[in-house]
Write a protein that binds this ligand. Structure first.
Ligand code: SAH
Length: 476
């Protein structure tokens, strides 16, 4: 360990910053946030420091550094563009055993400053030991995405219950277990979604109800897993997936996404191909209720967005009827993901002023749509589950007035390393699907915007890069 990490209490302590430029301003801002009394020594101040001075957050001595300036300080930072001044400050501070930092010059420092993730009162500090501030910053960016912004509020809530929990559980193991359940469970989730009062009530209830074996009720997270590329998951989706005890998923969830769930979570496949459901929708609804009532946190993963042709509404209706708490996480829907990854803007000033998402598959197997409302030359139509009925859809759109030459894109396994984009037109659509052996999952985009694919295509999957295709049988 090259450096010893500590968190300094600087509230109302005197600190010195030598330098009036942007570099000094960055450090000064942090000191001010920590409540320090900061004296800045510099002939001139940059705008940021001038603003702090105006708000009376710092004091300013408009002159050059003098040796006596370090007297009675608890911490010194130098960030001038004069090497001789920086060296002098460092030398004096070292001689006086004062912690000193000279910005970007580790050899002159007795302490270095980390990159910070500030969720006060929770703070995470990252350091590369002075070897690469950029690396530390990148790592910080990653951590930022993993640590929900509400962590500070969570810590404050915990603090207000700490004494009571300590009193309630004399045994430290029980206490630890209680807090682990609270911090990884529903109370934390309620807080992350802004329901602070309910979180407090539930914590209160959990504490009252806690016998020696704390018992927790389960919850269901209905999560939109996006169209396939794991990078398109939301931060919340990822966090909940890593928390869940059970993952219930269907055919449209790509294997690399499933890999991101907690390693030891149970995985239950509930299928759902056209006419070939591993479990019926009703049975899936009941399964979710049962698992939650067993006290499990259940991640119900759905392809794309749960509320777009995902039957998410039905699943949560059953949960609600059974008093099971849940939350829904939106995902990137196939239309949006596939269009983007094929270089097809769904709307465009010159080509389409509206876009409609429709399903090409009805419950009884027929396709019964309001073709008149769909067939507009300045509108993009996206068909989900349309492969089975391509014959009907092109016939009807032509019948209601779209030119036979209207371009159509078939995007198969969009956003994944197996993405394939086949372009045709209304007249030749059915033949193309057969000749090219287009397989589900495939989205069908109809409209003039499809012409842009030729020029705007930017995503080039590596052939054979993903040996694990997902999807179902032909024509679903
Ligand atoms: N809830 C999902 C849609 C479920 S309906 C969403 O919001 O995306 C299933 C249909 O979605 C499939 O038949 C197919 O038309 C489309 N689809 C889903 N993922 C896809 C993908 N990666 N590539 C192409 N089409 C996809």
């Amino acid at each position: 360990m090259d450096y010893f990490p500590v968190f300094l209490q600087l509230e109302k302590r005197d600190c010195l910053v030598v330098g009036g430029g942007k570099v000094a301003a960055r450090k000064t801002t942090l000191l001010v946030r920590a409540g320090a009394r900061v004296q800045v020594i510099a002939p001139d101040l940059c705008d940021e420091l001038a603003a702090l001075l105006e708000q009376k957050k710092i004091t300013h001595s408009a002159r050059k550094f003098e040796d006596s300036d370090i007297t009675n300080k608890v911490l010194v930072i130098a960030g001038t563009n004069r090497q001789d001044v920086n060296c002098r400050v460092s030398e004096l501070a070292h001689a006086a055993n004062l912690p000193v930092n000279v910005v970007d010059q580790p050899e002159l420092c007795s302490f270095i400053m980390p990159s910070i993730i500030d969720r006060s009162p929770v703070q995470i500090a990252v350091s590369s030991g002075g070897t690469s501030p950029v690396l530390a910053r990148l790592l910080r960016a990653r951590l930022e995405s993993y640590v929900p912004s509400a962590y500070g509020r969570l810590a404050t809530l915990v603090e207000s219950f700490r004494a009571r929990v300590k009193q309630r559980f004399s045994n430290t193991d029980q206490r630890r277990q209680f807090w682990e359940n609270i911090l990884q469970g529903e109370v934390a989730e309620l807080l992350f979604t802004g329901r602070d009062e309910t979180a407090r009530e539930l914590l209160e209830k959990s504490l009252d109800a806690a016998d020696d074996e704390p018992h927790f009720v389960g919850e269901v997270y209905l999560i939109g897993a996006g169209p396939g590329d794991p990078d398109l998951l939301t931060f919340r989706a990822l966090r909940l997936m890593q928390m869940a005890d059970v993952v219930v998923y269907d055919r449209l969830v790509a294997p690399p996404i499933l890999d991101l769930a907690r390693r030891d979570a149970d995985r239950i496949y509930v299928g759902k191909e056209r006419d070939n459901h591993a479990l019926s929708q009703e049975n899936i609804n009941q399964l979710l209720v049962r698992l939650a009532k067993e006290g499990k946190c259940v991640a119900r993963l759905k392809g794309g967005d749960p509320f777009i042709f995902g039957r998410g509404g039905e699943e949560i209706a059953t949960l609600m009827e059974n008093g099971v708490t849940f939350q829904v996480v939106p995902g990137i829907t196939a239309a949006s993901g596939c269009a983007t990854y094929s270089g097809i803007p769904l709307t465009h000033r010159d080509y389409a002023q509206s876009v409609v998402f429709v399903t090409g598959h009805l419950q009884d197997g027929s396709v019964d749509l309001n073709w008149k409302a769909l067939a507009h030359t300045n509108q993009t139509i996206v068909f989900y589950m349309g492969l089975h009925g391509v014959g009907i859809l092109s016939e009807q759109l032509i019948k209601y007035g779209l030119p036979e030459t209207t371009p159509v894109a078939l995007v198969q396994q969009g956003t994944t390393q197996n993405q394939r984009v086949v372009v045709s037109d209304l007249k030749n659509l059915e033949t193309t699907v057969k000749a090219e052996q287009v397989r589900p999952p495939t989205i069908i985009i109809v409209g003039k915007v499809v012409e842009l694919h030729k020029t705007l295509q930017w995503f080039n999957p590596l052939p054979g890069a993903n040996p694990r295709p997902f999807g179902g049988t032909p024509h679903s």
